[in-house]
Design a protein around this ligand. Structure first.
Ligand code: NAI
Length: 283
C-alpha cells in the first residue's frame, strides 16, 4: 500500500472543524474513514448525530467510503466503540487520529474542579481510550499510525488554559512512549499542534489571523504522518496556515558536580546549568 490508500482510519471529533478536514483528505487519498463525533457544543455540552453524518455525506458525495460513529471518546466504551465501528464496517483498523476536543477556559485561580476534569477527560482520556482499543490490532498486524492533537497552549502555556494546556501536553507524553514501544512493530506515534480558524478559536483570534488559518491546512500533515512511507515517530509537528515545522526539546550541557552540592554551591553555578547557548536537541 502507498500513502493511506486502502487504510482504515478512525478520526475522533471529525464532525466539524479540523477533524472534518482530516476526514475529507483521508477519504480523498483512498482511506476508509470512521467519522466519530458526539456532536456537542464547544464546551462539550449537548450532542447529536448531525455533525458526524454531515461529514460522512460529504465523503460519500465525493465518492469516498466512510461510516459515522457518535460515541463519547472520553469513556472506555466510547473509545472502544470507535475502533469497533472500524472493525465491524471495514474489517480492520490502521490509523487512529485523536482530534476530539472541548474548551472550558478560566484563569487557574477561578477554575473549578469540574472545568479541570471535563477538559482532561476529553483530551487525555479521550485520546487514551481509542488508542488503547486499537493498540492490540496495530501490534498484531505489524503496522499502525497514531496521530494525536496537542497545542501550543500546552507546549508554551496560555492564559486561562491550565486545564487544556495540561491535557494537551499529556498526550505528547503518551506518544513519546508509544513511539518507543511501537517501533518494533512499525507503529509510529506523533502529535500535531494545529493553529486554525474554527469555532474553538473564533473569539480568541483577530479576523485578519483567522482568514489565513483555514483548518484544511492542518490535514496534509496528518495524512502524511499516517502514510505508509512516513517513518517519523515521537515528533511534534506544528501546522499553522501554510507553515509546517517541528518542535523539539533541547538540553543545555549543564554543569556536573563530582560531589553532592549544597544549595548555595548549586545556586552559584546556576548560570552554567541553565545556559542554553550550546544546547543540543534531545533524542
Ligand atoms: P472543534 O470544536 O470544531 O472540533 C472539536 C470536535 O470534537 C467537535 O466536532 C466536537 O463535537 C468533538 N468532540 C468534543 N468532545 C468529544 C467527545 N468526547 N467525543 C467525541 N467527539 C467530541 O474544534 P477544532 O478547532 O477543530 O479542534 C480540533 C482539535 O484541535 C482539538 O483537539 C483542539 O483542542 C485542537 N486544537 C485546535 C486549535 C485551533 O487553533 N483550532 C489549536 C490547538 C489545538
Amino acid at each position: 500500500m502507498a500513502g493511506v490508500e486502502g487504510r482504515v482510519v478512525a478520526i475522533t471529533g471529525a464532525g466539524g472543524g479540523i477533524g472534518r478536514e482530516h476526514a475529507l483528505l483521508f477519504a480523498e487519498h483512498g482511506a476508509k474513514v470512521v467519522v466519530n463525533d458526539l456532536g456537542g457544543s464547544r464546551d462539550g455540552s449537548g450532542g447529536g448525530s448531525q455533525m458526524a453524518d454531515e461529514t460522512v455525506q460529504l465523503i460519500k458525495d465525493a465518492g469516498g467510503e466512510a461510516v459515522a460513529n457518535y460515541d463519547n471518546v472520553a469513556t472506555p466504551d466510547g473509545g472502544a466503540g470507535v475502533v469497533e465501528a472500524a472493525l465491524d464496517t471495514f474489517g480492520r483498523i490502521d490509523v487512529v487520529v485523536c482530534n476530539a476536543g472541548i474548551l472550558r477556559d478560566r484563569s487557574f485561580h477561578n477554575m473549578t474542579d469540574e472545568e479541570w476534569e471535563a477538559v482532561v477527560n476529553v483530551h487525555l482520556f479521550g485520546t487514551y481510550y481509542p488508542v488503547k482499543a486499537a493498540w492490540p490490532h496495530l501490534r498484531d498486524q505489524g503496522f499502525g499510525r497514531v496521530v494525536v492533537t496537542t497545542s501550543t497552549s500546552g507546549i508554551f502555556g496560555n492564559f486561562g488554559q491550565a486545564n487544556y494546556g495540561a491535557a494537551k501536553l499529556a498526550v505528547v507524553g503518551l506518544i513519546n512512549t508509544l513511539a518507543i514501544e511501537g517501533a518494533k512493530r512499525s507503529i509510529t506515534a506523533n502529535a500535531v499542534a494545529p493553529v486554525a480558524a474554527t469555532r474553538m478559536t473564533e473569539d480568541i483570534m483577530s479576523e485578519e489571523m483567522l482568514e489565513k488559518l483555514e483548518p484544511a491546512y492542518i490535514s496534509p500533515a496528518v495524512v502524511h504522518l499516517a502514510s505508509e512511507e512516513c517513518d517519523e515517530s515521537g515528533s511534534i509537528i506544528l501546522a499553522a496556515g501554510g507553515r509546517y515545522s517541528k518542535i523539539q526539546y533541547f538540553q543545555s550541557p549543564g554543569h556536573e558536580f563530582d560531589h553532592l552540592p549544597g544549595v548555595e554551591e548549586l545556586a552559584a553555578n546556576w548560570e552554567a546549568i541553565t545556559d542554553m547557548s550550546e544546547a543540543a536537541p534531545r533524542r
